[in-house]
Each structure stands twice: as C-alpha cells, then as structure tokens.
Design a protein around this ligand. Structure first.
Ligand SMILES: C[S@@+](CC[C@H](N)C(=O)[O-])C[C@H]1O[C@@H](n2cnc3c(N)ncnc32)[C@H](O)[C@@H]1O
Length: 440
C-alpha cells in the first residue's frame, strides 16, 4: 500500500460535519480529529489534483488545544488507530468544548443558510443532558457490520475498511453486557441492537442473515433474557421500514415509557437514540407548542407517536391530531400506541404526498415536525408555510437543513421566535435543535 501524503497545518474554524477547516497553498482542507487552533500533522485521505477541496485526518499533534483530552476509545482515536471508526469523532475534545463547537456550527449555518443576522439574534448555547457527566453509555440503538471472521465491526468515515471492535463506549451498558463482541456472527450481514430506555434490562437484537439459518444459530449465543429476531430489509436502515421480522428468542418489540405514557416499539420501528432524548424532546415540544383543547395539530414525520400521543391528550376529544409517518413498521407502532385516542388520525404516507390533503380538509392551528437529516423539502415548506397555522415547532437533527428550512419558513411570513439546542449525541458532531416559528 502506498503511504498517503502528510502535511503540517494550523487548524482553523470548525465546520458543519465535524471538520476543522485548514488551508494549504490556497486549497481548503477539511480535517477530522482536530480542534481549532491546533498545529498538527495530517494524513490526506482525499486529495485529487482536481478536487475542489481535500480531506485529511490528524495523525500527530504538535501544539494541542487546551480542550484536548485523551480519546476514551482506541478504535475511534485517530492518534492511535490508522483508520479510526466513526461514531465518536469528538471524543478527543472536552464535552464542554464539544458543545461550544456545536453552537458555533449552528450559528454559522443559520447566518449563512438561514438568513439570520448575528447582530439581530442571540444564537443559543448547546444544553447538556442532565446526569450525563461523561457522555458515555447513551446509545439505545446500535448498528454493527460483521467482518470476514464473523466478528462485530465498524467502519471509518467515508471508508469501507472494517475494524473489529471489542466495545462501544457510547452504547447503553445493557447492550455491552450481552457479550456480543465475543460472539461469532458468521453468515450475518448486519447486527442491530436496541434497548428500552425506560426498562434497562430489555435488549432486542436484530440479525440480518446472508446465509439461511445463520441468524437462528447466532441467536443461541445470547444469554437468557435477551430477545433476538431475524430481519430482512429491502434497502435503507431498519428505521426506514419495509423490513420483515421473525422472533427467534423472546419478543420482537420493546416497551418505552415517556412522561407517564407507554409506547410499544417493534424492532424495525424508529425510536430516538439517546436514552434521555424521548423525554427531553417530548417535554420541550409540548411546552413550546402549547396545544390547547379543541385545537387541530399535524405531527409530521411522527414516528411511533412520541409527540402525537401527548398532543392528542392535550387537544382532547374535541380536537384533532394528524400523525403522519412514512415507514410502514413505525406507522404500525403509531397506530397501536394511539389506538385509544379517537381524536388521533394516524396516517401512513410520505409527508410530501399526504400533507396537502390534510391541510385542505382540516383547520390546522399548529404543526409539529421532526424530519430526518435531510429536513423538509421545498414543497412541504411551502405547504406548511401557507397553511396559516399560528405556530410551527420544528425538531431537527441537522443544523444545515434546519437553517435552510428556517429561510424557507421566514420567507413565508414566519419568524424564529425561539430556538434551543440539546446535546443528545455527545462525543459526535451531531446536535438536536428545536425551533418555534410563529406567524409575523
Ligand atoms: C427523526 S424521526 C422522528 C420521529 C418521531 N418524531 C420521534 O421523535 O420519535 C423521523 C421519522 O420520519 C419518518 N420519515 C422519513 N421521511 C419521511 C417522509 N418523507 N414522510 C413521512 N415520514 C418520513 C421516518 O421513518 C422517521 O420515523
């Protein structure tokens, strides 16, 4: 293998995606695993002569930032591992500074793409999740590859190289306790692990087999009490639905409890990843949206009904909540979770296709939306923006699409009256924003 070239660089500001921006002979280089201000040696990972910009990983630090700490996980540490696995790319930065960097990215995106002016707007700080002092053990959902030896593995950023792993410090301890890193997953393509954030002991493992019978064989290795199911997927991740589940041991669903409400989530259904996320987001969405009795509210990209359920209870039988979700498995969960509330209309379909009809037939007072990373498309922004609702509560896991959609909604007569950001993905560059838009 030819050695990739290295360069000595001073790292500049943080950019969306978790990179710092550096320059070399007039060319922009997006550098991972660094901290703004550091003097480092990087290895170029993407450096085509004609490329608009290059990419690189830090391999040596000459002048370290005061915010640098030893990475807690060797497999993800660029200084100890040649092809660091993804998932903890901020693990070399103190949690406090991670949050400062995320706030800077959100403000930069809102200024550049969202049309907001720094002098007119107080960009929010990123709030830590209560009780998360080390930022570890929070992931209730994990997705692993399997290497040629049948061991659990992960790949690096934009890399196909698999690294076998023997722990994942961000995973919920109940997932780690199953002992899955020492098991043989020969004949299995993907392993997904989920644990209930309310009931710490219930783990559900999903196995996608590439060899018939492999899932049944692999399932026998798990200790008693761990639920295992086989799943097959036609494209996308387990959250995109269209999967088929077959319970092998125990059951193929988890029970979640959020602010006193119960939710049943099947293995393939979407649920928030951080163990505290469902509670934090549900609480904040309800407080910001302020649903009143008798109101009509659309919950777009509604998942298994996390927000639809408390919204439906708040508007009462004389109100109406439209819970719109595209993935079949997740929609089925929502139907089940909302079955006792006749004011809830649970609709399966892409928001792009369903919303127009709902907005025409109903008299919407408010919209709650929580789209995937890509945000909402132009047409949905136009429909929401022209629906006449007095408030829009937008939950977002991507600051760039949130900023772009902010510009779309403000151009249709709304203003961003309140915004907050929660650190629901510690040790990664991701963040969760909530914006309340009100009619001007
Ligand atoms: C970020 S999740 C939010 C779910 C829910 N609000 C929650 O917090 O549990 C986004 C959801 O949107 C669904 N989804 C993605 N694209 C969609 C589309 N175009 N139309 C309808 N639903 C979609 C996904 O299946 C997923 O359940």
């Amino acid at each position: 293998m030819t050695e990739s070239p290295t360069l000595k660089l001073r790292l500049g500001a943080i950019a969306h995606g978790g990179h710092t921006v550096a320059r070399h002979e007039g060319r922009v280089i997006f550098v991972r695993h660094g901290i703004p201000g550091e003097l480092v040696t990087v290895r170029l990972t993407d450096s085509g002569e004609n490329a608009k910009f290059w990419r690189a990983d830090v391999v040596e630090v000459h002048e370290a930032s005061e915010h640098r700490v030893p990475h807690f996980w060797e497999a993800a540490d660029a200084l100890r591992h040649r092809d660091p696995v993804g998932g903890a790319e901020f693990g070399h930065i103190t949690l406090e500074h991670q949050r400062e960097l995320k706030a800077a990215v959100a403000a930069e995106q809102l200024t550049r793409l969202g049309g907001m002016k720094a002098e007119d707007y107080n960009f929010p700080a990123v709030q830590a999740v209560a009780g998360q002092d080390d930022g570890l053990g929070w992931r209730t959902r994990m997705s692993y590859s399997v290497d040629a030896e049948g061991k659990l593995a992960m790949s690096g950023f934009r890399s196909n190289t698999l690294t076998a792993i023997d722990s994942m410090p961000l995973a919920h301890p109940a997932i780690e306790r199953t002992g899955l890193y020492t098991m043989d997953f020969s004949g299995i393509e993907r392993v997904e692990a989920a644990v209930s954030s309310s009931d710490d002991s219930t783990v559900l493992i999903l196995l996608a087999e590439s060899r018939p019978g492999a899932a049944r064989k692999a399932a026998r290795q798990f200790p008693e009490g761990v639920n295992v199911a086989a799943f097959s997927q036609q494209g996308g991740s387990a959250a995109d639905g269209r999967g088929e589940l077959q319970a092998l041991t125990g059951r193929s669903w988890l029970q979640e409890s959020v602010l006193g409400e119960s939710f049943r989530i099947t293995g393939e259904g979407f649920w928030q990843v951080h163990r505290a996320a469902a509670t934090v987001l549900s609480e904040r969405v309800m407080e910001l949206t302020e649903p009143a009795r008798g109101e009509q509210i659309a919950d777009l990209y509604a998942g298994a009904g996390l927000f639809s359920l408390p919204l439906a209870k708040a508007v009462g039988p004389e109100g109406r909540v439209f819970s719109i979700e595209g993935a079949p498995g997740t929609h089925a969960d929502a139907k089940n979770n909302l079955r006792e509330l006749r004011q809830a209309s649970v609709i399966r379909g892409r928001v792009e296709r369903v919303l127009r009809q709902v907005a025409r037939d109903a008299q919407l007072d408010a919209v709650v939306l929580d789209p995937p990373r890509a945000g909402i498309d132009k047409q949905v922004a136009a429909e929401v923006g022209s629906s006449g609702v007095s408030r829009i509560c937008y939950v977002s896991c991507d600051p760039a699409s949130f900023a772009r959609d902010t510009a779309r909604l403000t151009s249709r007569g709304y203003e961003l009256a309140h915004m907050e950001i929660h650190d629901l993905y510690p040790h990664t560059h991701h963040m969760e924003s909530i914006g309340l838009f009100v009619r001007r």
